[in-house]
Design a protein around this ligand. Structure first.
Ligand SMILES: NC(=O)c1ccc[n+]([C@@H]2O[C@H](COP(=O)([O-])OP(=O)(O)OC[C@H]3O[C@@H](n4cnc5c(N)ncnc54)[C@H](O)[C@@H]3O)[C@@H](O)[C@H]2O)c1
Length: 343
């Protein structure tokens, strides 16, 4: 049965939009943010029936024994995600949507899987392209019109951070290729230009993840540029360009050129076709909430989310340790317990 109450932790730029979407879905939305100035926003935009608290413990005191009919959305910053999720589970709240990246620490990520089992919690990570089914659409179009499934992916753009934005693309690559990467090598470094906090790192540089069958994902983010990023996904006879708004355009080689010589070494231009992928309008958080409310086993599992979390953080490990990192990352890596200052 669907929860009556939605509990939102962190009402910053994305959290405010989640709060407005949750208001359409739950009878009551309880909001927690450590910044007490958010109270004004809550009163103006959520009405008087949305209680506001500056600490999670106060909100849990308000909820008391109703925890079983509460679902939570966690949209504070990644360094707080583990403690927040653990506190929620301990309080008996076991339907949770958490913003990406679910953790900033590989050790914590592994512990979360265990804790979710212990508490019987259903946790979904908000990676919107998972819920809009972009990967499935690209695979289908690519197989039907591009001569086979995607074979490589390149993402490039300005100061987007390998974790903040890169994690979305790492997750898409895993969905497209159907497996986690085998290894990653990274020439990246952090700068303290993250608008969400002066202690938060913004990782720029180049990382390449290798998947089975010689398939690769390369991300190049340039902290010296403000230009928006784009993802180019290559297939045998076509390319898919993915944009930050969740949409995608498809490009194909001309059949008449391919009929003359179809070898990959005889490359030629591609042309944009009429078909394109349009994401749903509105906040995809509702799709994530639907997944935890209506299904015992959501399509996008915590295990899959942690796989892409590990693949993303692996790039930072590679850059820091100046070595190729092979997956899975075990406790032998010094960085296994490192709490990265990223979100
Ligand atoms: N899924 C997506 O497409 C998407 C998009 C944007 C942001 N995000 C993620 O969402 C998270 C939040 O991003 P944002 O842009 O809204 O950041 P933000 O800095 O605008 O907001 C964070 C909010 O959390 C509050 N906060 C900090 N610590 C807290 C705590 N311990 N308990 C309760 N509240 C606390 C802050 O006061 C602030 O209002 C980040 O992890 C970010 O990567 C995801």
């Amino acid at each position: 049965m669907k929860s009556d109450v939605g509990l939102l932790i962190g009402a910053g730029s994305i959290g405010k939009s989640h709060a407005l979407a949750m208001r359409t879905y739950y009878q009551q939305v309880v909001i927690v943010d450590t910044n007490d100035q958010i109270k004004n926003w809550v009163e103006t935009n959520m009405g008087t029936d949305s209680p506001f608290f500056t600490s999670l413990s106060e909100a849990l005191g308000f909820i008391r024994n109703q925890a079983g009919s509460v679902s939570a959305v966690v949209s504070n910053l990644a360094p707080d995600h583990f403690d927040t999720l653990h506190t929620l589970m301990k309080a008996g709240i076991n339907r949770i949507v958490c913003e990406k990246p679910i953790t900033n620490c590989l050790d914590d990520a592994n512990k979360l899987v265990e804790l979710a089992k212990v508490y019987g919690a259903r946790i979904v990570v908000n990676i919107p392209r998972r819920f809009t089914k972009l990967a499935e659409s690209i695979i289908e179009f690519s197989k039907q019109r591009m001569g086979g499934p995607p074979t490589s992916m390149v993402v490039h753009g300005g100061a987007k951070c390998l974790v903040t934005n890169g994690s979305h693309w790492v997750d898409l690559a895993i969905s497209l290729f159907g497996d986690p990467p085998e290894k990653v090598v990274s020439f990246a470094k952090p700068e303290f230009v993250n608008p969400r906090g002066k202690n938060l790192e913004m990782w720029g540089g180049v990382s390449t993840w290798c998947f089975s069958g010689s398939r690769t994902l390369t991300i190049s983010f340039d902290n010296a540029s403000s230009v928006e990023s784009v993802a180019n996904i290559y297939s045998r006879n076509g390319r898919t360009d993915c944009f930050v708004d969740g949409s995608a355009d498809f490009f194909l080689r001309k059949p008449e050129e391919l009929s003359i010589d179809s070898r990959t070494t005889r490359s030629g231009p591609v042309y944009r076709v009429h078909d394109r992928f349009e994401p749903i309008t509105g906040n995809t958080i509702l799709l994530a909430l639907l997944a935890i409310e209506t299904s015992e086993s959501p399509d996008f599992t915590l295990g899959e989310a942690l796989m892409s979390n590990e693949a993303t953080l692996g790039a930072l490990v590679s850059a820091r340790e100046k070595q190729i990192v092979t997956f899975p990352i075990t406790k032998d890596y010094e960085c296994f317990t490192n709490r990265w200052n990223v979100t």
